[in-house]
Design a protein around this ligand. Structure first.
Ligand SMILES: Cc1cc2nc3c(=O)[nH]c(=O)nc-3n(C[C@H](O)[C@H](O)[C@H](O)COP(=O)(O)OP(=O)(O)OC[C@H]3O[C@@H](n4cnc5c(N)ncnc54)[C@H](O)[C@@H]3O)c2cc1C
Length: 393
């Protein structure tokens, strides 16, 4: 048999220098500006407004958007590293940056008109205002197409009524993207997306949730009572809002995967430090083989997740299909992070159960990653749909 010529070297796992430089910059920032306050914010449910302002000044609240819209002009690889490094120190700040970039801002960037981008994306991307994105309702989460908020046309405006819940930044945002039903009886084809501004009469934040984890992240209800929204604020065409929302979530999942990855890394690093100083039976914990195996298993799982996250980001940056890779990365990284955080508490023994050690918080915070932007079950549904459509490749 005639042998085929061998071509080598087309895959490079080294991150570009500027991405590593960004990692260092964010790491330094998180160490100085976030780490000292993490538990105060968590215990007090304090939203870190000043840190978000600083991140805005650094260009991190518009990292994935072109400079002409106030962004930093970077890609999803840089974005994944940013969220990973923030989450390594505090999941809540990582979640805030992820929700702001991926959801409200990216929905406007990807689906908005030039006028909407200049009017709304610019202040979002430059960090002047925060964004919130409201798809979920009390009666519709995973089954988002069952949403009941209505938008009725009235002359040159739409009038919105309904209640949204679990909106990240719901009570601190200046701009919101809200999905509402513009036609009844047409299923997901009757859903449209609108841009709302804080201060529009009838639009207000309701209950702020008191959560298990991510306690410094604002999660609020949004109440819409006869909110008059100009027709110019409809995002794209009438009736395509559900499709837009699903596409927005495809990209968002890369950032939730990076969020999980960062928290797993933070919990792992805490274990490496702790096992080097805690002694039992006359030796350091890290001299017991059972503990060494736990550290090794954590490292393996984190390394595998990191490859999946960066691959999904790279595919998106290359303009190649990425939705399946994003769901795989999100599912794997979030479930991995829960396992790693669980093991991290175990390794710390009783000290893992008290608030003096960071693993207690990682354990609470990581759980959100298997729920937000599509639960693990929904990720499996998305991945299975791709498998059935494309075959097993
Ligand atoms: C901290 C936080 C922040 C959030 N931020 C936002 C935000 O910014 N914007 C926004 O719109 N939403 C947000 N959400 C909402 C989040 O996206 C939903 O909670 C999530 O999609 C799940 O919906 P649900 O809570 O209604 O659960 P349900 O849909 O009621 O699901 C309950 C359980 O049933 C499972 N399940 C449901 N249907 C199926 C099925 N067909 N097959 C198998 N299992 C199924 C689910 O996986 C889950 O385990 C946030 C939630 C939290 C907790």
């Amino acid at each position: 048999m005639k042998s085929l010529p061998i071509t080598r070297g087309t895959v490079d796992f080294t991150l570009p220098e500027h991405v590593e430089a960004l990692r260092e910059e964010v790491r330094r920032f998180a160490h100085k500006e976030i780490r000292p306050h993490v538990m105060t914010w968590d215990e007090g449910r304090i939203f870190p407004q000043e840190v978000m302002r600083q991140l805005g000044e650094m260009g991190m609240l518009g990292i994935i958007f072109p400079e002409q819209y106030g962004g930093a002009g970077m890609g999803y690889l840089e974005y994944a590293v940013l969220v990973e490094e923030l989450a390594r120190v505090d999941g809540s700040v990582g979640l805030g940056v992820a929700a702001h970039n991926s959801l409200c801002s990216n929905h406007i960037y990807a689906m908005g008109s030039e006028e909407q981008r200049l009017r709304y994306l610019k202040p979002l991307a430059s960090g002047e205002v925060l964004g919130t994105w409201a798809l979920t309702e009390p009666g519709s989460g995973s089954d988002a197409g069952a949403l009941r908020t209505t938008a009725r046309q009235a002359g040159d405006s739409w009038v919105l009524n309904g209640t949204k819940n679990f909106a990240t930044h719901g009570s601190v945002a200046g701009i919101a993207v809200v999905m509402a039903r513009t036609r009844t009886g047409t299923g997901t084809d009757g859903i449209s997306a609108f841009i709302l501004e804080q201060g529009m009469p009838g639009f207000r934040a309701g209950k702020q949730e008191n959560k298990l984890g991510m306690r410094a992240s604002d999660t609020s209800e949004l109440i819409l009572e006869d909110v008059v929204v100009p027709a110019a604020n409809l995002l794209g065409a009438e009736g395509v809002g559900f499709k837009q929302a699903m596409q927005t979530l495809d990209g968002g999942r890369i950032s939730i995967a990076a969020l999980a990855l960062g928290m797993a890394q933070g919990a792992f690093e805490a274990c490496v430090k702790y096992t080097a100083i805690r002694r039992t039976f006359g030796r350091c914990l890290n001299e017991h083989q059972a503990i060494q195996f736990k550290l090794a298993d954590m490292q393996v799982q984190i390394a595998a997740a990191r490859l999946l996250v960066y691959q999904a980001a790279w595919l998106k940056d290359q303009g190649r299909p990425y939705a399946k890779a994003a769901a795989i990365a999100k599912l794997h990284a979030s479930e991995m992070a829960c396992r790693v955080a669980d093991e991290a508490v175990q390794i710390h023994g009783g000290y893992g159960f008290i608030k003096d050690y960071p693993v207690e918080k990682f354990y609470r915070d990581v759980k959100l990653c298997t729920i937000g932007e599509g639960t693990s079950e929904i990720q499996r549904m998305v991945i299975a749909r791709h498998i059935i459509r494309e075959g097993c490749g």
